[in-house]
Design a protein around this ligand. Sequence first.
Ligand SMILES: Nc1ncnc2c1ncn2[C@@H]1O[C@H](COP(=O)(O)OP(=O)(O)O)[C@@H](O)[C@H]1O
Ligand SMILES: [Mg+2]
Length: 504
Amino acid sequence: MLARAVTHAVVGLDACRVEVEAHLQGQVPAFAIVGLADRACQEAKERVKSGIKSAECEWPQRRIIVNLAPAGLRKEGSGFDLPIALAILSASRQVPPDQVRAHAALGELALDGRVRPVRGALAVAEGARRSGLDRIVCAAESAAEVELAGVVPVPVRHLAEAVAYLRGEIAAPERHEEREPERPAAAPDLSDVRGQERGRRALEIAAAGGHNLLLAGPPGTGKTMLARRLPGILPPLMRDEIVEVTRIHSVAGLLSARCPLVTTPPFRAPHHSASMAAIVGGGPGPRPGEASLAHRGVLLLDELPEFQRPALEALRQPIEDGAISVARAAGHAIFPARFQLVGTMNLCPCGGRGDAGAECSCSPQRLAAFRDKLSRALIDRFDLVVTVPRARAHELAAPAAEASEAVRERVIAARERLREGSLARTTEASELLDRAVERLPLSTTEASELLDRAVERLPLSGRGRARVARVARTAAALAGADRVLPEHVAEALSYRSPSELRAP
Ligand SMILES: Nc1ncnc2c1ncn2[C@@H]1O[C@H](COP(=O)(O)OP(=O)(O)O)[C@@H](O)[C@H]1O
Ligand SMILES: [Mg+2]
């Protein structure tokens, strides 16, 4: 007797259709799983056998062969448990085969027959939809992801519940939330930061335009504090962004009953000891790294010069392309990685540089080695570089500054303006910049003179120029201007590598 169930295997962020065939032959009890199944998948044997008994179904006393087709595709993980169980129950006619074939299935089985969620449910549900299946029998915890893919979940807590549903004994189980999905812990608020007007302004521009930001300055001046407040002034994700980001976090196994979907821009702050693979992704599977987990959100590299140089260099490509291509045994997996990079750094190893109240004790060699860590190419990719000086006593004593919510409203309005395209294209800012560079006469405002002087002092690469032009456009959008004016370009230029970062 032969029967089939359908599921999907996660490959990168995609899913490939897998037919689970169960064949019952002979009278000598045996059980084998074939079809390039990994270890977790082989161990399904024990869980499926125990789960079927716990569901008060009969374990067929036959030679059972389960084939996972196509045989050339590696099958990883425990999500095949439920479809394997359903295929065996279908082959032994304990559930109607046509009902099993009309549903996709995904889930791990506990020894007592409970159905547990597995990673990648959203990608699997999207795969099911593409292969024409509009219902998935899955763990209750996976239901939100399945719904997001536009597929109807049949959320089951126990294999017995799946069996009863497929036999038509009960209606599709209701989807009831375990708990109220928890609101993400409130992000820290900007009103905590005293002084640092320039740092706050740079943060607002970065949020409005999605620009990369480097905060440099002596220790203890509030760099980390500012950086951690960026997510709190970003707009929520749009629907298609929620799908993209949730798919990545699901494949990485980061979703939970408390956080079933990602609806706000992610914030990732890997430790500086993180390996290159941890940051850009890889390994068997392969799994997305921090850069992809920060997709549509913020990647904070706190104490940038402490990171391993290969890890930093590996980020250069995704910063430009918004995606990472990870080599696998069979070809490449592409992980999106359109994140906003925020870096913080001291100006020298001892931290004394740039601090009026301290003396730098670094030897020239030590300083040179410190700067060598950060290639020009990497620094060039920060659209905004701002020095964060030690706040003065009166600044620290000042009343609380503007709260995140007010800043966020301006950011949302500016984003809207940038999206509408009512604002002149980036090329206009770029032309303005070019004219300034060539010192063609601009309108004789103070701003344009400032611009001329700034351009003269700064060696700008082609990439640097494009980045300045984009920042200028954001400054114009924040100001509510209908075109980019010299003052906006001047402000953008003022955030290019300050002299402290350059060799003395
Ligand atoms: N501008 C500031 N306003 C309020 N508190 C500050 C400010 N700068 C520093 N602090 C205090 O100092 C602590 C260390 O700041 P932090 O952001 O970690 O410094 P950095 O990253 O620049 O070394 C903060 O937790 C905060 O209590
Ligand atoms: Mg810090």
